[in-house]
Design a binder for this molecule. Structure first.
Ligand code: PHE
Length: 337
Protein backbone atom coordinates (compact mmCIF):
# COMPACT_ATOMS: atom_id res chain seq x y z
CA UNK A 1 0.00 0.00 0.00
CA UNK A 2 2.73 2.42 1.03
CA UNK A 3 4.76 1.75 -2.08
CA UNK A 4 1.76 2.17 -4.33
CA UNK A 5 0.96 5.49 -2.66
CA UNK A 6 4.56 6.70 -2.92
CA UNK A 7 4.63 5.79 -6.59
CA UNK A 8 1.50 7.82 -7.20
CA UNK A 9 2.96 10.77 -5.30
CA UNK A 10 6.02 10.55 -7.45
CA UNK A 11 4.00 10.36 -10.66
CA UNK A 12 1.79 13.33 -9.81
CA UNK A 13 2.82 16.20 -12.07
CA UNK A 14 0.46 18.85 -10.83
CA UNK A 15 -0.76 20.27 -7.55
CA UNK A 16 -4.31 19.02 -8.20
CA UNK A 17 -3.15 15.48 -8.92
CA UNK A 18 -1.18 15.51 -5.70
CA UNK A 19 -4.28 16.61 -3.77
CA UNK A 20 -6.18 13.71 -5.27
CA UNK A 21 -3.50 11.30 -4.09
CA UNK A 22 -3.70 12.74 -0.58
CA UNK A 23 -7.48 12.30 -0.51
CA UNK A 24 -7.20 8.79 -1.89
CA UNK A 25 -4.72 7.53 0.73
CA UNK A 26 -4.97 9.81 3.71
CA UNK A 27 -8.58 10.97 3.35
CA UNK A 28 -11.50 9.97 5.57
CA UNK A 29 -12.42 7.19 3.20
CA UNK A 30 -8.84 6.12 2.53
CA UNK A 31 -7.34 2.74 3.46
CA UNK A 32 -5.29 3.98 6.39
CA UNK A 33 -8.26 5.63 8.06
CA UNK A 34 -10.08 2.39 7.51
CA UNK A 35 -7.31 0.38 9.20
CA UNK A 36 -7.21 2.74 12.16
CA UNK A 37 -11.01 2.60 12.45
CA UNK A 38 -10.94 -1.20 12.49
CA UNK A 39 -8.49 -1.32 15.43
CA UNK A 40 -11.28 -2.14 17.90
CA UNK A 41 -11.71 -5.52 16.32
CA UNK A 42 -8.06 -6.47 16.82
CA UNK A 43 -6.61 -8.35 19.76
CA UNK A 44 -4.68 -6.60 22.54
CA UNK A 45 -1.39 -7.87 21.18
CA UNK A 46 -2.05 -6.88 17.56
CA UNK A 47 -3.36 -3.40 18.34
CA UNK A 48 -0.09 -1.53 19.11
CA UNK A 49 1.79 -3.22 16.30
CA UNK A 50 -0.81 -2.50 13.64
CA UNK A 51 -1.43 0.96 15.07
CA UNK A 52 2.22 1.89 14.92
CA UNK A 53 2.62 0.49 11.45
CA UNK A 54 -0.44 2.38 10.17
CA UNK A 55 0.81 5.62 11.71
CA UNK A 56 4.24 5.17 10.19
CA UNK A 57 2.80 4.53 6.77
CA UNK A 58 0.60 7.59 7.13
CA UNK A 59 3.56 9.74 8.19
CA UNK A 60 5.69 8.53 5.31
CA UNK A 61 3.02 9.21 2.73
CA UNK A 62 2.27 12.64 4.21
CA UNK A 63 5.93 13.57 4.15
CA UNK A 64 6.37 12.37 0.59
CA UNK A 65 3.38 14.48 -0.43
CA UNK A 66 4.85 17.53 1.26
CA UNK A 67 8.23 17.14 -0.40
CA UNK A 68 6.57 16.65 -3.76
CA UNK A 69 4.34 19.67 -3.22
CA UNK A 70 7.27 21.95 -2.46
CA UNK A 71 8.97 20.65 -5.59
CA UNK A 72 5.93 21.29 -7.76
CA UNK A 73 5.49 24.80 -6.38
CA UNK A 74 9.09 25.67 -7.04
CA UNK A 75 8.83 24.37 -10.58
CA UNK A 76 5.70 26.44 -11.16
CA UNK A 77 7.43 29.60 -9.88
CA UNK A 78 10.45 28.87 -12.04
CA UNK A 79 8.22 28.52 -15.08
CA UNK A 80 6.45 31.79 -14.34
CA UNK A 81 9.71 33.69 -13.93
CA UNK A 82 10.93 32.22 -17.17
CA UNK A 83 7.78 33.30 -19.00
CA UNK A 84 7.87 36.81 -17.56
CA UNK A 85 11.57 37.40 -18.00
CA UNK A 86 12.78 40.63 -19.64
CA UNK A 87 15.46 40.66 -22.25
CA UNK A 88 17.21 43.89 -21.38
CA UNK A 89 19.44 43.58 -24.42
CA UNK A 90 16.52 44.08 -26.86
CA UNK A 91 16.60 47.44 -28.66
CA UNK A 92 14.10 49.99 -27.22
CA UNK A 93 11.10 51.40 -29.05
CA UNK A 94 11.76 55.00 -30.13
CA UNK A 95 9.82 57.65 -28.16
CA UNK A 96 8.48 60.71 -29.97
CA UNK A 97 9.90 63.76 -28.23
CA UNK A 98 7.74 66.87 -28.35
CA UNK A 99 8.71 70.47 -27.86
CA UNK A 100 7.11 73.89 -27.61
CA UNK A 101 5.40 75.22 -30.73
CA UNK A 102 7.42 77.89 -32.53
CA UNK A 103 4.71 80.45 -31.83
CA UNK A 104 4.71 79.58 -28.12
CA UNK A 105 8.50 79.93 -28.01
CA UNK A 106 8.41 83.33 -29.71
CA UNK A 107 5.66 84.65 -27.44
CA UNK A 108 7.60 83.47 -24.39
CA UNK A 109 10.80 85.01 -25.69
CA UNK A 110 9.06 88.36 -26.19
CA UNK A 111 7.40 88.09 -22.77
CA UNK A 112 10.78 87.45 -21.17
CA UNK A 113 12.29 90.54 -22.81
CA UNK A 114 9.51 92.77 -21.52
CA UNK A 115 9.45 91.16 -18.07
CA UNK A 116 13.14 92.09 -18.01
CA UNK A 117 12.11 95.72 -18.54
CA UNK A 118 9.58 95.55 -15.69
CA UNK A 119 6.36 94.89 -17.60
CA UNK A 120 3.58 92.70 -16.19
CA UNK A 121 1.75 90.07 -18.27
CA UNK A 122 -2.02 90.61 -18.60
CA UNK A 123 -4.79 88.78 -20.40
CA UNK A 124 -8.22 89.63 -21.71
CA UNK A 125 -11.22 87.84 -23.25
CA UNK A 126 -11.27 86.76 -26.90
CA UNK A 127 -15.00 87.36 -27.11
CA UNK A 128 -15.03 91.09 -26.49
CA UNK A 129 -17.65 93.79 -26.20
CA UNK A 130 -17.99 96.42 -28.87
CA UNK A 131 -17.27 98.91 -26.11
CA UNK A 132 -13.76 97.66 -25.26
CA UNK A 133 -12.79 96.55 -28.75
CA UNK A 134 -13.74 99.88 -30.35
CA UNK A 135 -15.54 102.51 -28.34
CA UNK A 136 -13.15 102.78 -25.40
CA UNK A 137 -10.34 103.04 -27.96
CA UNK A 138 -11.76 106.17 -29.53
CA UNK A 139 -13.54 104.29 -32.30
CA UNK A 140 -17.20 105.25 -31.85
CA UNK A 141 -19.89 103.44 -33.84
CA UNK A 142 -19.73 104.44 -37.47
CA UNK A 143 -16.06 105.47 -37.29
CA UNK A 144 -14.52 104.75 -40.70
CA UNK A 145 -11.39 103.20 -39.12
CA UNK A 146 -13.52 100.29 -37.90
CA UNK A 147 -13.43 99.05 -41.49
CA UNK A 148 -9.68 98.46 -41.18
CA UNK A 149 -10.51 95.63 -38.81
CA UNK A 150 -13.22 93.52 -40.34
CA UNK A 151 -14.77 91.53 -37.54
CA UNK A 152 -16.62 88.37 -36.63
CA UNK A 153 -19.69 89.44 -34.64
CA UNK A 154 -21.28 87.15 -32.07
CA UNK A 155 -24.15 89.53 -31.37
CA UNK A 156 -24.56 93.21 -32.19
CA UNK A 157 -22.62 94.10 -29.05
CA UNK A 158 -20.19 91.15 -28.87
CA UNK A 159 -17.45 90.21 -31.31
CA UNK A 160 -14.27 88.19 -31.56
CA UNK A 161 -11.69 90.82 -30.61
CA UNK A 162 -9.88 92.21 -33.65
CA UNK A 163 -6.78 93.22 -31.71
CA UNK A 164 -5.38 93.00 -28.17
CA UNK A 165 -5.84 96.77 -27.66
CA UNK A 166 -9.09 96.31 -25.66
CA UNK A 167 -6.86 94.97 -22.88
CA UNK A 168 -5.35 98.49 -22.67
CA UNK A 169 -8.76 99.89 -21.77
CA UNK A 170 -9.58 96.99 -19.45
CA UNK A 171 -6.28 97.22 -17.57
CA UNK A 172 -6.49 100.99 -17.12
CA UNK A 173 -10.15 100.71 -16.13
CA UNK A 174 -9.24 98.41 -13.22
CA UNK A 175 -6.94 101.03 -11.73
CA UNK A 176 -8.29 104.07 -9.92
CA UNK A 177 -7.02 106.61 -12.39
CA UNK A 178 -3.82 107.31 -10.50
CA UNK A 179 -1.82 104.09 -10.50
CA UNK A 180 0.80 103.66 -13.21
CA UNK A 181 0.34 100.79 -15.70
CA UNK A 182 3.15 98.80 -17.29
CA UNK A 183 1.89 95.68 -19.01
CA UNK A 184 2.04 93.52 -22.07
CA UNK A 185 -0.77 91.25 -23.21
CA UNK A 186 -0.31 88.33 -25.60
CA UNK A 187 -3.38 86.69 -27.11
CA UNK A 188 -5.39 85.49 -30.06
CA UNK A 189 -7.20 87.97 -32.29
CA UNK A 190 -9.64 87.50 -35.16
CA UNK A 191 -10.35 89.27 -38.43
CA UNK A 192 -12.61 88.51 -41.34
CA UNK A 193 -9.74 87.94 -43.75
CA UNK A 194 -9.22 85.32 -46.40
CA UNK A 195 -6.35 83.04 -45.39
CA UNK A 196 -3.24 83.18 -47.57
CA UNK A 197 0.51 83.19 -47.06
CA UNK A 198 0.43 86.45 -45.10
CA UNK A 199 -3.15 86.61 -43.76
CA UNK A 200 -5.05 84.49 -41.29
CA UNK A 201 -8.55 84.93 -39.87
CA UNK A 202 -7.04 84.16 -36.47
CA UNK A 203 -3.58 85.22 -35.42
CA UNK A 204 -1.66 86.41 -32.38
CA UNK A 205 -0.83 89.86 -31.08
CA UNK A 206 1.18 91.21 -28.19
CA UNK A 207 -0.04 94.51 -26.85
CA UNK A 208 2.08 96.80 -24.72
CA UNK A 209 0.97 99.71 -22.55
CA UNK A 210 2.80 102.05 -20.24
CA UNK A 211 0.93 104.82 -18.43
CA UNK A 212 2.48 107.14 -15.86
CA UNK A 213 3.23 110.78 -15.22
CA UNK A 214 5.57 112.31 -17.80
CA UNK A 215 5.76 109.45 -20.28
CA UNK A 216 7.22 110.69 -23.56
CA UNK A 217 7.66 109.53 -27.11
CA UNK A 218 11.36 109.05 -26.37
CA UNK A 219 10.42 106.46 -23.73
CA UNK A 220 8.48 104.55 -26.37
CA UNK A 221 11.39 104.71 -28.75
CA UNK A 222 13.85 103.57 -26.09
CA UNK A 223 11.75 100.54 -25.10
CA UNK A 224 11.12 99.53 -28.72
CA UNK A 225 14.77 99.94 -29.61
CA UNK A 226 15.84 97.74 -26.70
CA UNK A 227 13.25 95.16 -27.73
CA UNK A 228 14.32 95.11 -31.41
CA UNK A 229 18.01 94.80 -30.62
CA UNK A 230 17.50 91.94 -28.19
CA UNK A 231 15.09 90.17 -30.50
CA UNK A 232 16.87 90.57 -33.82
CA UNK A 233 20.46 91.44 -32.91
CA UNK A 234 22.43 94.45 -31.70
CA UNK A 235 23.33 95.49 -35.26
CA UNK A 236 19.69 96.31 -36.06
CA UNK A 237 18.40 99.88 -36.23
CA UNK A 238 14.80 100.94 -35.81
CA UNK A 239 12.90 103.75 -37.45
CA UNK A 240 9.51 105.19 -36.61
CA UNK A 241 7.25 106.32 -39.46
CA UNK A 242 4.16 108.46 -38.94
CA UNK A 243 0.97 106.44 -39.09
CA UNK A 244 -2.58 106.52 -37.83
CA UNK A 245 -4.47 104.64 -35.15
CA UNK A 246 -7.56 106.20 -33.55
CA UNK A 247 -6.36 105.26 -30.05
CA UNK A 248 -2.87 106.78 -30.28
CA UNK A 249 -1.75 110.32 -31.09
CA UNK A 250 0.78 110.65 -32.54
CA UNK A 251 0.84 107.19 -34.10
CA UNK A 252 3.81 105.44 -35.65
CA UNK A 253 4.80 102.25 -37.33
CA UNK A 254 8.15 100.80 -36.45
CA UNK A 255 10.50 99.33 -39.03
CA UNK A 256 13.68 97.43 -38.31
CA UNK A 257 16.67 97.59 -40.60
CA UNK A 258 17.28 94.52 -42.67
CA UNK A 259 20.19 95.61 -44.80
CA UNK A 260 22.63 93.67 -42.66
CA UNK A 261 20.47 90.65 -41.97
CA UNK A 262 21.71 88.49 -44.83
CA UNK A 263 19.64 85.46 -45.69
CA UNK A 264 16.47 84.90 -43.69
CA UNK A 265 14.06 87.82 -43.80
CA UNK A 266 15.87 89.75 -46.51
CA UNK A 267 13.44 88.96 -49.29
CA UNK A 268 10.79 90.65 -47.18
CA UNK A 269 12.38 94.11 -47.25
CA UNK A 270 11.90 94.26 -51.00
CA UNK A 271 15.01 96.33 -51.46
CA UNK A 272 14.00 99.13 -49.08
CA UNK A 273 16.28 97.98 -46.30
CA UNK A 274 13.46 98.22 -43.75
CA UNK A 275 10.73 95.88 -42.54
CA UNK A 276 7.64 97.00 -40.64
CA UNK A 277 7.14 95.06 -37.43
CA UNK A 278 4.66 96.89 -35.25
CA UNK A 279 2.24 99.75 -34.68
CA UNK A 280 2.58 102.11 -31.73
CA UNK A 281 1.97 105.59 -30.44
CA UNK A 282 1.20 107.85 -27.49
CA UNK A 283 -2.09 106.87 -25.84
CA UNK A 284 -4.82 109.22 -27.11
CA UNK A 285 -6.10 111.64 -24.43
CA UNK A 286 -9.67 110.42 -25.07
CA UNK A 287 -8.62 106.83 -24.30
CA UNK A 288 -6.93 107.90 -21.05
CA UNK A 289 -9.96 109.95 -20.07
CA UNK A 290 -12.48 107.17 -20.79
CA UNK A 291 -10.39 104.84 -18.59
CA UNK A 292 -10.43 107.32 -15.72
CA UNK A 293 -7.02 108.97 -16.11
CA UNK A 294 -6.59 112.73 -16.30
CA UNK A 295 -4.73 113.31 -19.58
CA UNK A 296 -3.32 116.57 -18.23
CA UNK A 297 -1.50 114.66 -15.55
CA UNK A 298 -0.95 111.24 -17.11
CA UNK A 299 0.41 110.15 -20.44
CA UNK A 300 1.39 106.82 -21.91
CA UNK A 301 2.53 104.85 -24.88
CA UNK A 302 1.15 101.68 -26.44
CA UNK A 303 2.29 99.27 -29.09
CA UNK A 304 0.97 96.17 -30.80
CA UNK A 305 2.94 93.53 -32.66
CA UNK A 306 2.30 90.22 -34.37
CA UNK A 307 4.52 87.40 -33.06
CA UNK A 308 3.86 85.31 -36.20
CA UNK A 309 5.36 88.09 -38.29
CA UNK A 310 8.30 88.39 -35.93
CA UNK A 311 8.92 84.64 -36.09
CA UNK A 312 8.62 84.76 -39.88
CA UNK A 313 11.28 87.46 -40.07
CA UNK A 314 13.54 85.88 -37.52
CA UNK A 315 13.42 82.37 -38.96
CA UNK A 316 12.59 83.02 -42.62
CA UNK A 317 9.17 81.34 -42.48
CA UNK A 318 7.39 82.22 -45.73
CA UNK A 319 3.80 81.17 -45.02
CA UNK A 320 1.81 82.16 -41.91
CA UNK A 321 -0.36 79.04 -42.29
CA UNK A 322 2.63 76.97 -41.13
CA UNK A 323 1.87 78.14 -37.60
CA UNK A 324 -1.60 76.62 -37.56
CA UNK A 325 -1.58 73.35 -39.50
CA UNK A 326 0.64 71.44 -37.06
CA UNK A 327 2.83 69.78 -39.65
CA UNK A 328 5.54 68.08 -37.61
CA UNK A 329 8.06 68.47 -40.42
CA UNK A 330 7.76 72.24 -40.01
CA UNK A 331 7.46 72.39 -36.22
CA UNK A 332 10.33 69.99 -35.48
CA UNK A 333 12.85 72.30 -37.11
CA UNK A 334 12.36 74.73 -34.23
CA UNK A 335 12.51 72.30 -31.32
CA UNK A 336 15.50 73.08 -29.22
CA UNK A 337 17.63 70.10 -28.28
N1 PHE B 1 -4.12 97.51 -32.38
C1 PHE B 1 -3.33 97.89 -33.51
C2 PHE B 1 -3.56 96.89 -34.65
O1 PHE B 1 -4.10 95.84 -34.40
C3 PHE B 1 -1.87 97.94 -33.17
C4 PHE B 1 -1.55 99.02 -32.18
C5 PHE B 1 -1.55 98.74 -30.84
C6 PHE B 1 -1.25 100.31 -32.58
C7 PHE B 1 -1.23 99.73 -29.92
C8 PHE B 1 -0.95 101.29 -31.71
C9 PHE B 1 -0.95 101.00 -30.35
O2 PHE B 1 -3.23 97.14 -35.77
Amino acid sequence: LKEEALRKVDAADGIQQLKDVRVEYLGKKGPITEVLRGMGKLSKEERPVIGQLANEVREDIAQAIEVKQTGLEEAALEEQLEAESLDVTLPGRPVQVGGPHLLTSIVEEIEDLFIGMGFEIKEGPEVESDYYNFEALNLPKGHPARDMQDSFYVTEELLMRTHTSPVQARTMGLKNGSEPVKMICPGKVYRRDTDDATHSHQFTQIEGLLVDKDVRMSDLKGVLNAFAKQMFGAERDIRLRPSFFPFTEPSVEMDISCKVCGGAGCSVCKGTGWIEILGAGMVHPNVLEMAGYDPKEYSGFAFGMGPERIAMLKYGVDDIRNFYINDQRFLKQYHKA
